[in-house]
Design a protein around this ligand. Structure first.
Ligand code: SAM
Length: 229
């Protein structure tokens, strides 16, 4: 048995994937990080300084390869987008797409969103949060790793402005049940919509890579729209 360090054990919602970075992703990281990247820090971000204007800010947690995030930023030029993802090749891919689309209303953080929420996001500063297809951690012994937990929902509520929106989607039936249970425990949000469907419109988002993968396996899709009260 390893000797105890005395520190509480941190349960993370991810394991670092060892996926290799392509030369294009590595090059994009090196070239574009100064323009789009934000390093982890202990103080809340100044969004006006960061984006060079004052506009509603949308936070996307776990954006994967970032295709959906870039497309939303392209389609909604009046909003500013902040993406947080721990998978560095995904961050590199997202930067390549951002450059290709020539967008300027996007910034990225390559770090655990739990820490980012705790230290870098000021209370009441977000207009919207997107959590699309979080890792489902299907085994019972791993359920504690699911990012959606009562404390996480409470933290999102604090970071959203009054009437701010929280959008969640999953293709995993067991995670959908878990999400419903956590929402039911919380008084900070008003449920605006909950929809189980087969990937069809109308959707207030762009179809994601993991969603396409789930649909390909015959999974249903669950979407929630909650509003901060
Ligand atoms: C199943 S994938 C979904 C990706 C994308 N949203 C999609 O729908 O295609 C979940 C993503 O969340 C990221 N992730 C998990 N926990 C995270 C955390 N605490 N902070 C940041 N990213 C996280 C993973 O690295 C992974 O890329």
């Amino acid at each position: 048995m390893p000797a105890s360090t005395g520190k509480p054990r941190t349960i993370r919602s991810f394991v670092r994937r060892t996926g290799r970075m392509t030369s294009g992703q590595a090059g994009a990281l090196e070239r574009l990080w100064p323009e789009f990247g934000i390093d982890i820090a202990a103080e809340p971000l100044d969004f006006t300084g960061l984006f060079g204007r004052s506009a509603p800010v949308v936070l996307e947690i776990g954006f994967g390869n970032g295709d959906t995030l870039v497309e939303q930023a392209r389609q909604n030029q009046e909003l500013d987008f902040l993406g947080v993802e721990v998978h560095v090749p995904g961050v590199g891919h997202c930067l390549m797409q951002a450059e290709k689309e020539g967008i300027s209303n996007l910034r990225l953080i390559a770090h655990d969103a739990i820490d980012v929420l705790q230290t870098q996001i000021a209370d009441g500063s977000l207009a919207r949060v997107n959590l699309y297809f979080p890792d489902p951690w299907p085994k019972k012994r791993h359920h504690k790793r699911r990012i959606m937990q009562p404390e996480f929902l409470r933290r999102i509520a604090h970071k959203l402005r009054q009437n701010g929106d929280f959008f969640i989607a999953t293709d995993w039936a067991g995670y959908a049940e878990h999400i419903d249970e956590i929402i039911a425990l919380d008084a900070c949000f008003e449920p605006i919509e909950r929809r189980k469907h087969a990937g069809e419109a109308p959707l207030d988002r762009v179809t994601t890579k993991f969603e396409r993968r789930g649909l390909g396996k015959g999974h249903a899709i669950w979407d929630w729209h909650l509003r901060r009260v």
